[in-house]
Design a protein around this ligand. Structure first.
Ligand code: URA
Length: 273
């Protein structure tokens, strides 16, 4: 019940952030407002790319201050320019980060994250691989191409969502992130999520799921139903790289994505698996 009330309050706040007026907060659970036409994109708007020419407003000032402390405490930013400016403040810290003694010497470059900062849906991966390390963008290799197909099957486009990783640097040889590396990067991840304030997060693979949710529960048990993290609805599913090795698991991932899309109000039920 408390979860439902929190979800309803978040939905109202997200509609208000998107400029929808006439939405009243009530003490009971308010019926969810009709889904926006492009639920994967900007809240309540069509999923246009962030306007490249618009300038951040003065709303960014408290966030800039909070980047040094706790972003969650800063007021929410309600437009793409402000959110991109705030994200760039964190990006700047990430570019120069030397917290992980090994990774900061082995990386070609950091891989911050990419996408629409006004999105309702964030995909969270593990860490950059060789292709991402080279190109500076998450999920651009073979696993990324499969992720693009998954996104497309959900009737969404990559530009409508945001993609980031637990780690911003490639672990040598694509080994799993060490716990201290994930802890070092946590502040950046939470900063990004505090700025974007998604309604939904899709964790790709065990490393993403277990790090975000801080649990030892195996991915096979986490997947299939929505979890919650700080009031955000979280779907955990298998990593696209795992699907490349185990194509039979694609069926499970498609079930997970349908559950997620239903929760978002996106109609994918008529599509095949
Ligand atoms: N795998 C991930 O988890 N993230 C990437 O960015 C690429 C591959």
């Amino acid at each position: 019940m408390a979860d439902a009330r929190r979800a309803a309050r978040q939905r109202i706040e997200s509609l208000q952030r998107a400029g929808v007026t006439g939405v009243r907060k009530s003490r009971g659970v308010q019926k969810a407002a009709p889904a926006a036409k492009t639920p994967g994109g900007e809240k309540g708007k069509s999923a246009a790319k962030p306007p490249a020419t618009s300038q951040p407003t003065e709303a960014i000032a408290p966030v800039a201050k909070a980047v040094e402390t706790t972003i969650a405490a800063a007021p929410p930013l309600d437009n793409a320019a402000d959110r991109n400016a705030a994200l760039n403040l964190i990006r700047e810290k990430v570019v120069h980060c030397t917290r992980c003694k090994e990774l900061c010497t082995t990386r070609t470059q950091t891989v911050f994250g990419v996408g629409n900062p006004m999105t309702r849906l964030v995909f969270l991966g593990e860490a950059p691989g060789a292709d991402e390390d080279k190109q500076g963008e998450p999920f651009v290799g073979r696993a990324g191409q499969l992720l693009d197909k998954i996104i497309e099957a959900c009737t969404l486009k990559r530009e409508q969502i945001y993609i980031l990783n637990i780690l911003k640097c490639r672990p040598p040889g694509n080994r799993n992130p060490e716990p201290d590396e994930a802890a070092n990067c946590r502040e950046y991840l939470e900063g990004q999520l505090d700025i974007i304030r998604p309604d939904f997060i899709c964790c790709l693979g065990a490393v993403a799921a277990r790090n975000l949710l801080q649990t030892e529960v195996p991915i096979s048990k986490l997947r299939g139903k929505l979890q919650t993290w700080r009031g955000v609805q979280v779907m955990c599913t298998y990593h696209p790289a795992y699907l490349l090795r185990n194509p039979a698991a694609k069926r499970d991932v498609w079930e997970d994505m349908k559950t997620l899309m239903r929760a978002m109000g996106v109609d994918v039920d008529k599509k095949g698996s």
